[in-house]
Every structure is written in structure tokens, then in C-alpha cells.
Write a new protein. Sequence first.
Length: 108
Amino acid sequence: MRVEIKIGLSDRDGSLFGEKQNDELSSFLDKLADLAGGLEEKDVTGRYKNRKGKIITEPAKDITIFLSGNEELILKEMKALTKQFLIQTNQESAIIVVDLLKTELIET
């Protein structure tokens, strides 16, 4: 299972993250990596229409995680962590994309 989390780096008012929110972002990413065993993060630019109808352009993170084993339980915990992060950073929403793929972890 591939999970992508797309999350912006500004609050509801369009203010870019400060030091406190960046610390919360780092903690969020660490928790996700610990839960899933690893992740990939990319810096991107996001554009969305907020609840007031205003188009917001902001720096964002595109996080990709591959899961194998206990996928539904881990996904549930990821959703809870994401919601907690949104509340902590005063954001409206994030997007979680779940692709059911045949994945295989190759280890040595």
C-alpha cells in the first residue's frame, strides 16, 4: 500500500509556518517515519481554495510512505497523527491518497 500525505506549510490565514510550527512539522514527520518504518518527503508548492473561497498558494510537503503488514491499523494511526498536526498548526485540511499496490520490502 502506498500512502501519500499532502500538507501545506501555512495556517488558515495564509501565514507561513514559524519556528514553533516547523518544530511540530519535524515531530510529525518523525512520528510518521517511526510508525511506518520510513518515508520520503518532497518540498512542493500547493495551491488550494480555502473555506472562504480564496485561492492560497503555499509551500507544502508531499510525503510518500509504503506500507506492508498491519496496513489498516497503521493507516488509521497516520490519519489520527495528521489530524492532530492540522489542529496544532491551525490548518484547514490535508489530503491523504491511498493506492493499493503490490509492494515488497527487499532487505539484506
